[in-house]
Write a new protein. Structure first.
Length: 372
């Protein structure tokens, strides 16, 4: 375009004058400066575009990395919250189950203790009754034995004199001795004692006195065939006492075992209560810590979400700016070298034209003038 303007300037009638050449030379210089300035502008613009592309590309990559990090952190936070929620639910269910088991164990312990107390009361009462019965039977059988022994000794006096034992002489008091020494009759011997309140001893004593009276009156008949029955009855009495002793022993054993079991159950219950209290304290502390961790993680998740949103918005703005840079710079960068070479060629052509014009032959000017 510059050469075209120069050619236009030289095509006029006044173009062949020396002043016209000077003007054209000045125009060449001006066009060269313009071309140089345009090239400097393109150079600056190209440098600006390249710097902006580098900067925005770095910003875009940084934002993409930040968004990826935020997304990974958000995924981790969601997974952590899910895990903590499950653990919190498990701890809460465990505490509820623990409280329920403690309540059940307490009710069971109370029931066992009541059962033990009832067993102890019933067995103690049974032992007391059996002891009372044993004492009464011992008194009865002891009195019966004494009566039978007295009767046997009386019968031995007639049937087996060698085994007869003389009754011990009665010891007289001082008053009785004085009374007997003065010709009085000694006081009668008291009958053997029997079972108080049963009437058995009385009957036995009456029978014994009757036997004594018959023995003194006449010789007694042969020993009765039922004499062996007394031995059997004696053995039966021993069996009854032994049975009572066995029952008392069984009750005592049952009470001992129940007492040991009660003590063991109470110790187990107390151990369980202590262990349960320790576990509940530990689980409650763990529950509190996990709930705090969950709250902190939820707050972090919210912050990560805001950061992700902000980074996404900034990335969109950056991509929009990059798009505007491409619209502004792509053509310049694509054709920069072509435009630069074209300008250089044009500058070189202007310089050659200037050289030609500066050393122009006036003869040529005159010849052209004559032709006109």
């Amino acid at each position: 375009p510059a050469l075209d303007m120069i050619a236009l300037a030289l095509s006029g009638k006044k173009a062949l004058t020396q002043g016209a050449f000077d003007k054209v030379i000045v125009m060449c210089d001006e066009m060269v400066e313009i071309l140089k300035k345009e090239q400097l502008d393109d150079d600056s613009k190209k440098e600006y575009c390249e710097l902006q592309f580098d900067h925005t590309d770095d910003s875009k990559k940084a934002l993409e990395r930040q968004i990826a990090d935020e997304e990974a952190a958000i995924a981790d936070a969601k997974e952590g919250i899910k895990t903590l929620t499950e653990e919190i639910s498990a701890l809460e269910a465990g505490i509820i189950a623990l409280d329920k088991s403690v309540a059940q164990a307490t009710e069971q312990r109370k029931a066992e203790n009541v059962e033990y107390k009832e067993l102890r009361a019933s067995d103690s009462a049974a032992k007391e009754v059996l002891g009372f019965a044993k004492n009464r039977l011992n008194k009865f059988y002891t009195a019966a034995k004494e009566v039978l022994g007295f009767a046997k000794n009386r019968l031995n006096k007639f049937y087996n004199p060698k085994l007869y034992k003389e009754a011990p002489k009665q010891e007289l008091s001082e008053e009785d001795r004085i009374f007997v020494s003065n010709g009085g009759t000694p006081p009668p011997t008291e009958a053997p004692g029997g079972i108080a309140g049963t009437g058995v001893a009385v009957l036995a004593q009456v029978k014994a006195h009757n036997l004594v009276a018959q023995a003194e009156a006449a010789a007694p008949p042969p020993p009765p065939d039922t004499w062996g029955a007394y031995t059997v009855k004696s053995e039966e009495s021993n069996g009854v006492i032994a049975m009572i002793d066995l029952l008392i022993k069984d009750l005592t054993k049952e009470l001992t075992e129940a007492e040991a079991e009660e003590k063991h159950s109470q110790e187990d219950y107390e151990t369980m209560m202590n262990d349960s209290a320790d576990k509940r304290t530990t689980d409650s502390k763990a529950l509190e810590e996990k709930m705090s961790a969950k709250a902190a993680m939820e707050a972090d998740l919210l912050a990560r979400g805001e950061a992700h949103k902000g980074a996404t918005s900034e990335l969109m703005a950056t991509e929009k700016y990059i798009a505007s840079l491409h619209a502004e710079c792509d053509w310049l960068i694509q054709y920069f070298e072509t435009r630069k070479a074209a300008r250089a060629d044009e500058v070189e052509s202007l310089k050659r034209a200037k050289s030609v014009l500066s050393g122009a032959d006036y003869a040529l000017i005159q010849t052209r003038a004559r032709g006109n």
